[in-house]
Ligand binder design. Structure first.
Ligand code: B12
Length: 457
């Protein structure tokens, strides 16, 4: 069958991260590799980069099936695409997938969406294409991972054994993929799930609390086939299994593979395994995204983070000692006041390079936090684009909405986006990358200024 796989362009109401980070649609490359093994003909469209409107692309490709991926903040756009696909050709099936569909499939129930991939998405898609999809209602019942209401029981995958993603399918876009300062950056997934259960985090929900790893030899074989020098390892927590990370370092060194890696890791692992971190640096570790979350111990406890502020600080020092950049993820909550933002600014400026992502706490369906905060959510769920981890979804307790947005912006400008931060980026990464990031800063500043000016949720 002729299959079109689409990564949507986010709604303009979502805070636009594209100038800072735009990664390959790895999930669609996995799907393409798997489906082509069964004789289907797959094309991937990245709507963030395509200039032709969807209708024109549908006319050019005349697909039998369109698969659309996306996150919670894309749900509105995905439904809009489904409507336009059906209007273009009513007999073309529309299948949606992605991490949100795996956890809250019911939000995708829509007359224009034929199938929602709720679990084991790749195998479910294969089964749909291999004939099962011809009768829609029958397929919804018969294909184990396709959503058919809460009464059906769904498989829970505990391993991942699919062919390598087919990166040739995004060849025409690849020069545009980047992550922060890393130009031409590929992504790589080596494990699924997370063994921790921080109560705000959506990641453990995707795998229903299970954690499983790909064979590390296999991972290194995949790396050998990646053209890009920069690789963003998109595991929820790559720094988990000491033995596996050790083997990773050995294999890269033995094979003489020289790449630059960015990955997510926890502070406690970094502190307890400094020698391993040094070895990772030697084989190319360039930056670690650490879920610092907060500089207030009470927040870490409320989040069930099982970490401490002092541990975060030690981890950042370890990374700094070895010349590895640290990207700090900070979550700010409804009870934050002026002095908390001042403390955060002060804390960040105490780091060698204050690189930070400040996210207003965003209760995501499926998480314990969602159940706890459901009552204070003031933004209707259907305004999906604002569930982007950058908008406020609740009324701050001690500040006006306007002031809160202002303080977020001010914290960025007094730290990462301030003169010191900008000089650092310019010196370390050069003018071209600096200009791209500066463009992103201007764009996001504009969006925050609009939110500030509105002054309400
Ligand atoms: C890398 C990453 C990104 C990349 C983009 C990657 C991409 N492919 O587009 C960047 C850094 C740009 C990014 C941005 C954002 N991200 Co992000 N991101 C991730 C991360 C760390 C890994 C995702 C990934 O690459 N997975 C690898 C692929 C191979 O696996 P997969 O997505 O699980 O998909 C599997 C199946 O579902 C299936 N599949 C998926 N879709 C489809 C469709 C079809 C048709 C088929 C057949 C199969 C299929 O294929 C895969 C293999 O089985 C996840 C964390 C996580 N655990 O998922 C967060 C995550 C997905 N991001 C999230 C969010 C919220 C965002 C942002 C909105 C906000 C933010 N600040 O992070 C922005 C949105 C950007 C935008 N343009 O709108 C949330 C999503 C929550 C939700 N409920 O939807 C996650 C879960 C993190 C979190 N904080 O909770 N992100």
């Amino acid at each position: 069958m002729k299959v079109l796989l689409i990564r949507p362009r986010p709604d303009p109401d979502s805070i636009g991260l594209q100038s800072f980070m735009m990664c390959e649609p790895l999930e669609l490359e996995y799907a393409a590799a798997y489906l082509e093994r069964f004789g289907h003909h797959v094309t991937i469209l990245d709507m963030i980069l395509e200039r032709t409107p969807l209708e024109g692309l549908l006319r050019d490709h005349a697909p039998d099936v369109v698969g659309v991926t996306g996150y919670l903040n894309h749900v509105g756009v995905m439904k809009d695409y489904a409507r336009r696909i059906k209007r273009h050709h009513s007999r073309c099936w529309v299948v949606v997938g992605g991490v949100h569909a795996e956890v809250e499939p019911e939000v995708f129930e829509d007359p224009d969406i034929d199938f929602v991939l709720h679990s084991d998405a790749l195998e479910s898609m294969r089964a749909l294409l291999d004939g099962a999809g011809r009768n829609r209602d029958h397929a919804r019942r018969a294909v184990p991972g396709v959503w058919d209401g809460p009464a059906k029981s769904y498989p829970v995958p505990r391993s991942f054994a699919y062919p390598f993603p087919d990166r040739s399918k995004t060849l025409r876009y690849r020069h545009r993929y980047h992550y922060l300062f890393h130009e031409r950056c590929a992504t790589l997934k080596t494990s699924f799930g997370c063994t921790f259960s921080c109560d705000f985090c959506f990641c453990p929900q995707i795998t229903r609390g299970h954690y499983f790893e790909r064979d590390i030899e296999d991972v290194v074989r995949e790396i050998e086939g990646i053209a890009e020098e920069h690789i963003f390892i998109v595991d929820d927590n790559f720094l988990f299994n000491h033995q596996r990370v050790d083997r990773f370092c050995r294999l890269l060194a033995e094979k003489g593979i020289r790449k630059k890696y960015i990955l997510f890791g926890r502070a406690d692992f970094i502190v307890r395994n400094e020698e391993l971190i040094r070895r990772l640096r030697d084989v190319g570790l360039h930056a670690v995204f650490v879920g610092v979350e907060s500089i207030r111990q009470k927040d870490l406890e409320a989040f069930n983070k099982r970490s401490e502020v002092a541990m975060n600080e030690k981890a950042i020092r370890v990374l700094e000692r070895h010349g590895i950049e640290c990207y700090c993820g900070i979550v700010v909550g409804p009870d934050w006041g002026e002095e908390d933002f001042d403390d955060l600014t002060h804390w960040l400026n105490g780091l060698a390079h204050p690189l930070v992502n400040i996210q207003p706490v965003t209760p995501l369906p499926g998480t314990p936090l969602f159940d706890r905060m459901r009552g204070v959510l003031r933004v209707p769920r259907e305004q999906y684009a604002r569930y982007d981890m950058a908008h406020l979804l609740w009324q701050p307790e001690r500040l006006s909405v306007r002031r809160y947005y202002w303080l977020i912006l001010r914290t960025y400008y007094r730290t990462m986006a301030g003169a010191r931060g900008q000089i650092y980026v310019l010196r370390r990464y050069g003018l071209v990358r600096y200009l791209r990031v500066a463009r992103g800063i201007v764009h996001i500043t504009g969006q925050y200024v609009v939110l500030w000016a509105k002054g309400r949720l």
